[in-house]
Design a protein around this ligand. Structure first.
Ligand code: ARG
Length: 297
């Protein structure tokens, strides 16, 4: 079932099956990371501007932060000619169905041809790890960028589906059928927030960081109806520092771009603990912590 309006909603979180949190982290090395083309507004002034050595140090700090939270990452090697491969949240959507005890990933269909070549590496990686690798219906003409746009609601089997720039709304009908899960669609309305993970960050079942300007009224109402507490991120921290591209792996710590002062203050007011990481080199490509990792069951 796919929901697009408040009126049509006939599900509540408490009625949905419980989903245990994924605890394994996948990271991809920035060996060939760079800004070589422009497929989102953040990249436009930054072609050739990545400081490679700095990017490596920042990536190692991200790896260390997960390790310190007891989630030692499994590492995939970045490949030549695929400068965005380091953003390993985008090529797949991991899933787990506790009822049927099935876990696996659905492969993405990248909107940009520059990124299509990344997907087969993750196909092989998950295949080798023994995960079920699924694809969207062959006859479906739709783009889908994995956990760039599709986010699990923490601890419940409900999927949030962003669309408008990278993922087609039709992809979610197919996903909902494939994974037997309800999806709430959110239309993205501002190209700076081209992926859902740039403007909505579910922290736990009740709390989320949100950049309100990224959505239309319907989208904001849908988000409000599921989360008890929305922590609004000021526009400059969301737009330029991608504060909503943070990640809360354990319900307490929030790995977030360094210097998002107002967001951090609001997080602390709600008893979250910001863990600041400098991802400046990755921001040049339009990504931060959330899209530099993939969580799997
Ligand atoms: N340059 C990459 C792109 O535009 C960045 C992806 C960042 N990922 C994300 N989920 N926001 O595709």
């Amino acid at each position: 079932m796919v929901y697009q309006t408040l009126d049509a909603l006939d599900v509540q979180l408490k009625d949905l099956p419980v989903l245990p949190p994924p605890n394994r982290v996948v990271l991809t090395t920035p060996t060939h990371f760079d800004v070589e083309y422009v497929i989102n507004p953040h990249m436009s002034e930054n072609v050739g501007a990545v400081r490679k050595e700095v990017a490596w140090q920042q990536w190692k700090a991200v790896r260390a932060a997960y390790t310190a939270l007891d989630r030692k990452p499994v590492v995939v090697n970045g490949q030549p000619g695929l400068p965005d491969m380091v953003f390993c949240a985008n090529q797949t959507l991991p899933f787990y169905n506790p009822g049927a005890d099935t876990k696996g990933v659905v492969l993405s269909r990248m909107h940009s041809e520059h990124r299509e070549g990344e997907v087969p590496y993750y196909d092989r990686f998950f295949e080798d790890m023994g995960y079920a690798v699924k694809t969207l219906r062959e006859d479906l003409d739709a783009d889908f960028e994995g956990m760039g746009d599709a986010l699990w609601h923490p601890t419940r089997r409900l999927l949030w589906g962003g669309y408008g720039y990278r993922t087609s709304p039709e992809a979610y009908e197919a996903l909902s059928d494939l994974l037997d899960v309800p999806v709430v669609l959110l239309r993205l309305t501002d190209p700076d927030y081209y992926h859902l993970d740039t403007c909505l960050c579910p922290l736990d079942a009740e709390h989320a960081l949100v950049a309100p300007d990224a959505f239309d009224d319907t989208g904001r109402a849908l988000i409000e109806s599921f989360f008890d507490t929305l922590i609004e991120v000021p526009d400059h921290e969301a737009r330029h520092q991608l504060a909503c591209n943070g990640h809360c792996p354990d319900g307490t710590h929030v790995l977030i771009q360094e210097g998002c002062e107002q967001t951090n203050e609001r997080l602390r007011e709600h008893n979250f603990v910001p863990v600041e990481l400098d991802t400046s080199e990755f921001l040049k490509a339009g990504g931060s912590v959330f899209c530099m990792k993939q969580m799997i069951w």
